[in-house]
Design a protein. Sequence first.
Length: 367
Amino acid sequence: MDFYILKEEVVKSLNLTLGVVEKRQTLPILSNVLIEVDETSLKFTATDLESEISTTSTISNFKSGGKTTAPARKLSDLCRLLPDLTEIHFYLDGDNLNIETSSGKYNLSTLPSEDFPVFEIEDTESQINISSVNLNMLITKTSFAMGNQDWRHYLNGLFVSIDDKNITTVATDAHRLALASTTLNEASSESTSGIVPRKSINEIGKIAGDNSDNVIVKISQTSVSVESSGTVFVSKLIEGKFPDYEQVIPSGESSVLEIDKKLFSESLSRVSVLSSEKYKGVRIVTNENSLHISANNPEKEQGEENLNCKYKGENVDIAFNVNYLQEILSTIDSEIIEVNFFGSDKSCLITDPNNESLKYVVMPLLI
């Protein structure tokens, strides 16, 4: 293996792989990145046994090909700290990967490429084509509501459902739920769905956020694959049945609150300073065209504010975890939001008047 490549090409590829490389590994080779070189390209692959990512870069001068593995973070840090537009010379010398520039020489220890674990990918006929903007939107609008190390493992991921020309993402931790949907570039040949793990969703979000190209997504019975701009990411799916989210979304007649999002969010922030550290609860009392927000804590401190709004329906006295409300408000783009109340002891439905494809459900607090 002997080749030359620009710093920027290496750094861009390594940045994408590092999210998969775990800092603490039971197998030393999982801290390494697989390096494969041919006449035109350099390919990096990283895996944590649950997911795998591979990226392709263009080399500037090819001497000889081959493959090996080297420590991912050390290689990334070294290349990143080199001056911009540096041409880097990589070559193997025994068990060392030598790295040379016009002003320096470095070498990294390697492990045999034959020991690098191969990720088993299940073949599937089903694939969709979606713009990176739409995929990134689906993730950012919903992924915050995923469970985090919940014993119900099926909550620790994002549910993705594909049906004809529609794709829907849903996340819930059993206290709140986020749903978003959008249309695909072309209809899917068959309906499919799966639960993508939290860590994998974060990596897919990076790929979608860094690209302007379309993304090819394949979901099989056990894995998901995402491909865009020379980067391929695959991950195992979470086993289990995702909750029937349509049953969770409240329906029927509701009392509707229309309020300025910024005004509501800022008021919640101020009042919640005096809420209980344990529950972070805020109490909301509605009256015709007015909203009363209050909070208190065990030290008998309290805060309250009254806001003008549009409100019609029965008066409601209800409490919520303020963090759940604020996370939802931060994902809505419209200046005005709608909150649908179905009673003082039932979940509320928060929507964006300018985007019918977004739905957020929050369960009340009992305080």
